[in-house]
Each structure stands twice: as C-alpha cells, then as structure tokens.
Design a protein around this ligand. Sequence first.
Ligand code: AMP
Length: 546
Amino acid sequence: MLQGLMMDTPLLITRIMRFADINHAGREIVSVTADSPRHRYTYADAFVRTRQLANALAGLGMREGDRIATLAWNDHRHLELYYAISCSGSVCHTINPRLFTEQIEYIVNHAEDRLVFTDPMFVPLLEELADKLPTVEAYIVLTDAEHMPDTSLKGAVSYEELLAGEPGEFDWPEFDENAACSLCYTSGTTGNPKGALFSHRATVLHAYGICLPDVMSFSERNCVLPVVPMFHVNAWGAPYGVPMTGAKLVLPGPKMGDSEALHELMESENVDYSLGVPTVWLNLLAYLEESGQTANSLQRVCVGGAACPASIIETFDTKHDVYVHHAWGMTEMSPVGVYNSLKTGMEALPADELLQVRLRQGRGLFGVEMKIVDDNGQELPWDGVSFGALKVRGPWVVSAYYKDDRPAVDADGWFDTGDVANITPEGFMQITDRTKDVIKSGGEWISSIELENTAVNHPKVAEAAVIGIAHPKWTERPLLVVVMRPGETISREDMLAWFDGKVAKWWIPDDVAFVDELPHTATGKLKKIALREQFADYEFPAGSES
Ligand code: AMP
C-alpha cells in the first residue's frame, strides 16, 4: 500500500484546549457554582487554571492511565478537571451522583479511582461510603477555603487551595491518540454498571461529528448551555465541541433542575443553543407558561436521552420560535448516533407529515454506520416500516467494556444497541422500543414507545408507560400505566378512546392503570423492570380483550 505523506498528528483532546486558548482566548465561560451565583472568566483564564490543576495532579502522584473521579455538576471547575486530567494522560471518570450508593461504591472500586473531586453537596454521601472505597487516596471538594465543609474525608482539601500557588505553565505530554481519556459507566437497569472507556481519538472525532452543520452546528457566534449533565456521557460532547469552535459556554451548576434559574441564565447570557433530556424541556415550558414568559434568546434545542414528545416540538415552535432537534445516542457511542435535521424540501411537507419526520430520532452523521436486523440477523430494508434490532459501528462506538475480556461487538464489528428501530429511505431512524420492552402480540411487535408518546400527548396526562402483560391468546397485550397532571382525571374509556385513529387498532392497550408516579433510573429513564415487577400479578379484566 502506498502510504500518504501527511503528518501523523495524534488526535488528542489537548489540541482542542490549545486551539481554544490561542484562537478564542477572550471568549467567555459562565458558570453557576455552589459558592458563586455567576462565575465568569475566559477560555484563556480556564486553561491557565487547567495547567495549575495539572501541576497539582502531578504533585499528588497521578500518572498516565490513573483514574480520577468527579462527582460534580456542570461548572467551570468540572471543565478544568475534564481537560487537566485527560490532557495529562490520566482518565476522567465522571460519576452520576444520582446513582444508588451501592452502584457508586461498585464503580469507584471497579475503576480503582485514586482521587475523587466532589461538589460540596455530595460530601455527606461520600462520607458514608468512604470506608468502602479503599483505592481513593484523597478527596478534593470543589469550592474555596471559605466554603469548605467540615468533613472526615481522607486528605480533604478545597479545590481552590489545591490550585493556589501552582504554576500556570505545564508541559502537556504527547501520547498515542488511542489512549483513554475518560470513563463513564452505563446506568444499566440490570446487573452491574458497565464502563465505556473513551479514547482521545474517539472524543476528538465525535466532537468534529457533532459540530457538523446538519448536527449541532456550533459556531463561534453561538452561546451554548448544556443542561445535560457532564456526568451523563460528557454532556453529549458539548465540553469538547464548544471550545473546538470558540462558542461561548454557559454552565448551570446545581441549578439544572430549576427552570426559573435556567430561564434567567439563558436570557441574561444570550444562550441560543441548549441540550437536555425531555423532562428538562417539559419543566421549562411549564414554567414559561405559568409565568407568562417566553424564551427570547434561545433559537435551537437538542432533545435526547429519551423520546421527544410532540408537545415539546410544537410548544417551542409556536410559543417561543425555538427549533427543536431530536437526537439519539448512548453511553457506548460517546454518545451521539443520529440527529434530526431536515433534508431539502422537507419544510414544505404538510404539517402533520413534517411533525412525524421531526419526531423521528434523526439521521446518521458521518462516523456512525447503522443497520437494522431481524431475529435471524438478516438485514431489514430502510422502508420506514420494517423494524428490528439496531446495530451500529464507527470510531466513537465501544469495542469492549472496561475490564471485560469479551468483545462488545459481533464478528463483523457491529455493536447491538439494545434498541429496536425502523429507518426511512431518507435515512431517518426511529426508535420503536428497547429490545426487552417490545410487546409481542400475536406474533407481531407492538412499540411501547409509540403508545407512550401517544398517551403523553393527551393534555391531561403527565407521564405514561406501556408494558406487555402475559395473555393466554396473544402471548402479550399492552397495559397503559399513566400519571395524570395535578388535579386532572380521565376515565379508562376516554383514555383508550384517545388512541383511536392514532395507532393501529390492534396496538390499543387493553387496559389502563392510574398511578401517582412511575419508577425511574438515575438518568431519568423509565424503569420498566420495576414497573413489570409492580404489575407482576396484574390480570386484564374480563372482556377488556381487543
Ligand atoms: P444512556 O446510555 O444512558 O444514554 O442510554 C441510552 C439509551 O437511551 C438508548 O439506547 C435508548 O434506548 C435511549 N435513548 C436515547 N436517546 C433517545 C431518544 N431520543 N429516543 C428514545 N430513546 C432514546
């Protein structure tokens, strides 16, 4: 093979940092933190402190490949940790503080984290666990001396004291682009969490991918607010894609669940692009409705992590003139797999057809190959109807889980996402279920997600889940479980009548159960396993059969 004669420059995250430092030195990073309602500095300031932190890490004896954990919200200190840890060759292990304590214990021990950087808020949680975390040598609290809590944690010191006096120069090492840079465990609804170990190369390529014009399309002129946590698959890549383009970065700190604070932050900082899971947007839209306000600066929103209900797209569009992009991905994919941007001429589609296109999770971006297969592994056509197991392949998809000898991919290198999907001839993919949640009725599959989306579009319904219940004749039939909006009620018959004409007749659930709340995982996804346990003894009422 004749080799090309281009430089073999390793794709290191360090290059994103250097680029932003040189080209966008004066661009702002604004954060809310536990100790400051509005912290403001520039990329240049951030990277001076990143170099100070790298010196401090070296002083603590951290070496290449060591895992260093963070339990932190989205703020400037967490951003500094992202870069200082990864660029000095260690691995930034972001931990979701909402996981069960046993899961946190499991993953810190599995990762063998040597240091833990924590928000002050999680100090009591760690104090409870510390005895069971033998590999952790010291805990650094993300605050200053003045706000440092009293704590029994080993080696506890405030972040600002750790940085104080460290030189602002650091000689960043060069290493193989396939070196690990960060680690994120899946929130897994069954078994122990599994570690996705990202490499510098994958992270840089993923950052290029998400910045493309038909994807997040970041530019220097944007102001981006990731509401998705930095512990949820690196905030979907925003902390890399944003500095790569020099956009302004706004980080909401512990306020990400507070719609009033989020709205105020967006308006005052001129945020025009934001990313988050559907719950964030449902809450923000409800707050805007109640308070009679609008989202003025916001122009585009990326919704992912769970299916985007039509009401989010429609309300943002009609009341706030904000364009919603649906997106799909997973921890094992760094995470972005598809993104919904229209193709030429689609704007002219009739409104309901256009909405159906926009409700799809999106189309592939360069860097991710997709296919759907049937139970026998046979590839299914992209006809928008056939649905099967969704498999993916590409440079930012896992090949194996951390410390697991088995490959996570099949013989041809495809990773089974565990999702079920169909794909239109134009390449727009739609998730119809998780493989284990799909309802098998009379030899055919029913999409629980489509039924849930239809139910949630009812104005009186706050949240809905659909599970398969064993049925003597049909194998399984769908049961709808709903949470009503506060003060609202609806009869079983009216709820079921809502599905008429919206889904195939044989898909309509056989019964409705009204509950006060639904079980969720630590990342806010419906926990169907718990729901199935809750309804393990449920039987359809006589005569409910479709
Ligand atoms: P996680 O690794 O925790 O981000 O979870 C990934 C899983 O979340 C995917 O495999 C999907 O089942 C689900 N998911 C992510 N985005 C979407 C979406 N836009 N619509 C439906 N499900 C989604």
